[in-house]
Write a protein that binds this ligand. Sequence first.
Ligand SMILES: C[S@@+](CC[C@H](N)C(=O)[O-])C[C@H]1O[C@@H](n2cnc3c(N)ncnc32)[C@H](O)[C@@H]1O
Length: 244
Amino acid sequence: MPFRLPAQEEKAQYVLSQFDRIARGYDLANDCISLGMHRLWKMQALNELLRGQSGNYLDVCCGTGDLAMLIARRLTSGKVTGLDFSGNMLDVARSREAKHRNQGKAAVQLDWFKGDALALPFRDDSFDGAIVSFGLRNLSDYQKGIDEMARVVRPGGKVLNLDLGKPEGLLFPTLFGFYFSQIVPIIGQVLQKDRKAYTYLPESKRNYPDPEGISELFRKAGLSHVRHIKLASGSVALTCGTVQ
Ligand SMILES: C[S@@+](CC[C@H](N)C(=O)[O-])C[C@H]1O[C@@H](n2cnc3c(N)ncnc32)[C@H](O)[C@@H]1O
């Protein structure tokens, strides 16, 4: 049967059930699908996000918490908050934190919140910066997700989105499209016995704007100095904006 994307009003529930199901093996699958490159993209994102070695940062749609942990490892003081609506993803994040703490790798406080990226449970101007990585595409309202991040970051702080971009070149877009739509579901089937969840991932790109479109949403959210950095031949984009 051909894959059918959920209707807009069903999207949140649908996405939640996908991520709750695949939480346990998510990290391994993520490493395989991106050939480990998501780690490098996240390091690059942090270079844009952080302002020195202290501060209070938010990772929206934090999933299993790898990015939040990376932020925590770069800070000597401050706090990192990870927010996700999947309890199972957050359980993995908490175990990751416990392991890192035992190894002495996380010096600053980490807080995990179960909540909705479209209605962040934080006051205005609470953070020095906020980032969402491979999460925005899953929201039922992209503009609202960006508006919410802009709302909770104080003036001068950055809002970042790391997600799929627009592959460039003569052959690469076709190869990338084939890999994402045909190979990724097979990886999901082999590693997690869940082809459906990994068919949703490429499909989630269908209505998602290209980097220029995302930059426009950043501007509409009132962010300034908006730009995007192309990664992996354009297949991934890091969009950055500053709260005024
Ligand atoms: C593809 S994963 C990305 C996880 C992590 N940020 C990473 O880079 O690997 C997307 C995450 O977004 C979360 N998510 C999707 N919609 C959400 C929403 N409305 N509110 C909070 N979390 C959401 C999912 O539960 C999932 O953990």
